[in-house]
Every structure is written in structure tokens, then in C-alpha cells.
Design a protein around this ligand. Structure first.
Ligand code: NAD
Length: 257
């Protein structure tokens, strides 16, 4: 059995992933704002470091895999803080515990939205690691209802590009740690329940994320992929965002791979 740390374990995809792993006998240390083994706030630099330290302590110093699910989809600046730095800085802080494992693995959740229109200055500030600049740009985007939604897509494009940049480097591949992302389509979780509750909301989502294969997906559909990416069997998948989205990427990106 392996020891997993899962952020966002209190709800949706993270909760489902934690349950599947616990049911099969693995140890899971959940991190979330409330009701988790580690109660912490990944929207702040201090919160990320404290949560990683507490997760490492509870694991006894060795963590076999980290699955970063915690995220927000609201058109506000905090979405940039949680979705990007709440993953990158948390994962970096978990590195010592991962390198103590014989088969360390990391997976995080990006989105189909990484392929949608973004605010390039926000993506650039995130990738530069400049949280103050990123939050200032996000605050401007937040102030205009026309641009608020670009915060989410920008955070997800930046996280997929971070994975691609970082995964082959010394810190991850060089330390024997596969680092990859999953890009879901529309998953039925508390994050999407209000949108999917009305025909208008559903039509809006489906126009942006067409899912010809089996339509909206269960959290399990993503959980099983996260579990494989963080399994011992994954020896060579590196730096990818794997879209598991009912065909949305194939429809929208077509030949442009
Ligand atoms: P969810 O809202 O059910 O769960 C997200 C969890 O993250 C919650 O438990 C929440 O408390 C936690 N979280 C939020 N802010 C936090 C913070 N500051 N510190 C610690 N924890 C925090 O959502 P979900 O649908 O399970 O989403 C999980 C991931 O999947 C997110 O990164 C989301 O962007 C991504 N995603 C979801 C969908 C979808 O359709 N649901 C699609 C693509 C990508």
C-alpha cells in the first residue's frame, strides 16, 4: 500500500479519489479548507508551506504520491492564487517527502479550459512565479464582468505549461518523479452543480465544452486516471496534460496537436 497526499480532498474529484484509494487499502492524507486531515488554506504562501509541513509530518516523512485537486472556478483573483500557486508551491514544498519514496509520483488537475481564450499577461505573470503581479492583473480582470472568466482559463493554461516546463527538469524527472496533469471536461461535482441545474447553464457549458462521448462525466472518470498517473506502473508519462473530456479536446483542437 502507498501513502497519498490529496489536496481538495473534501469535495468532488479529490474526495472521490481519496475514497477509492482508501477503499483499496492505501493511506490518504487529505488537505482542504475544512473537514480534512490537514486543514489549510492554499490561497496563501504561508498556508501552502504549513499544509505541506503538516501533511509530511502525518505521513512520517515519506509520501509516495501527491494528487493536487484543490481549485476554484469563480471569476475572482483568488482563483489564480489557488489554482496556480496552490498547486506549484504546495508541490514544491512536498518534494523532500516525495524524494524519500522508492516510487514517487505527482499528478494535478488542469482543465479543458487551458485550451480556451486566456489573458496572456496573467499567464506570463503566473509562469514567472510573481504572485503579486499575477494578483494585480487578476484584480483588473475581476473588475470587468467581460473578463472575469479569463482568470480560470489563464490559471489552467499556466498550470499545464508549468507541468510541461518543470516535468523534464532536475527537480522532477531528474529526481525520478513523473509529473503530469489531467484535463477534465465537465465533471458533475459541487463546482458545476449550479451551472448544470438549469437548461440555460447546461447549454452554455456544452457550447464551450462539447462532449460527444458520454456527455458530462463522473468524478470517478478523472479519479481513475489520476490514480494510474500516480501508480508505480507509470514509469514514462512525463509533462503531459491528458485530456479526459468526452472528446472536447479532439473536437475543439482538431488537427492542431
Ligand atoms: P470542488 O469544488 O468539488 O472541490 C474543490 C475543493 O478544493 C473543495 O473541497 C475546496 O474546499 C478546495 N479548495 C478550494 N480553495 C481552497 C483553498 N484555498 N485551500 C484548500 N482547499 C481549497 O471541485 P471539483 O470539481 O472537484 O474540482 C477539482 C479540480 O478539478 C479543480 O482544480 C477544478 O478546477 C478542476 N476541474 C473541474 C472541472 C469540473 O467540471 N468540475 C472541470 C475541469 C477541471
Amino acid at each position: 500500500s502507498r501513502t497519498f497526499v490529496i489536496t481538495g480532498a473534501g469535495s468532488g474529484i479529490g474526495k472521490t479519489t481519496a475514497q477509492i484509494l482508501r477503499d483499496r487499502g492505501d493511506t490518504v492524507i487529505g488537505v482542504d479548507l475544512r473537514g480534512a486531515d490537514v486543514v489549510g488554506d492554499l490561497s496563501t504562501a504561508d498556508g501552502r508551506v504549513a499544509a505541506a509541513a503538516e501533511a509530511t509530518r502525518l505521513a512520517g516523512g515519506t509520501v509516495d504520491a501527491v494528487i493536487a485537486c484543490a481549485g476554484l472556478a469563480i471569476p475572482k483573483r483568488i482563483t489564480a492564487a489557488v489554482n496556480y500557486f496552490g498547486m506549484t508551491e504546495f508541490l514544491e514544498a512536498m518534494q523532500p517527502a516525495l524524494t524519500a519514496s522508492a516510487a514517487p509520483r505527482v499528478a494535478l488537475i488542469s482543465s479543458m479550459a487551458s485550451l480556451q481564450p486566456v489573458a496572456p499577461p496573467l499567464v506570463d505573470a503566473l509562469l514567472a512565479g510573481d504572485e503579486a503581479a499575477a494578483l494585480a492583473i487578476a484584480a483588473e480582470l475581476e473588475a470587468d464582468p467581460q473578463t472575469g472568466n479569463l482568470i480560470y482559463s489563464s490559471s489552467k493554461q499556466a498550470i499545464s505549461r508549468w507541468v510541461r516546463r518543470e516535468a523534464p527538469g532536475a527537480r522532477w524527472a531528474g529526481a525520478g518523479i513523473p509529473l503530469n496533469a489531467v484535463g477534465p471536461g465537465t465533471v458533475i461535482t459541487p463546482m458545476t452543480q449550479d451551472l448544470l441545474a438549469t437548461p440555460e447553464g447546461t447549454a452554455m457549458v456544452d457550447a464551450v465544452v462539447p462532449m460527444p462521448l458520454n456527455s458530462h462525466q463522473s468524478p470517478e472518470s478523472i479519479a481513475h486516471l489520476l490514480i494510474w498517473l500516480t501508480s508505480v506502473e507509470n514509469s514514462h508519462c512525463c509533462g503531459q496534460t491528458i485530456y479526459c473530456d468526452g472528446g472536447a479536446d479532439a473536437v475543439l483542437r482538431g488537427d492542431d496537436i
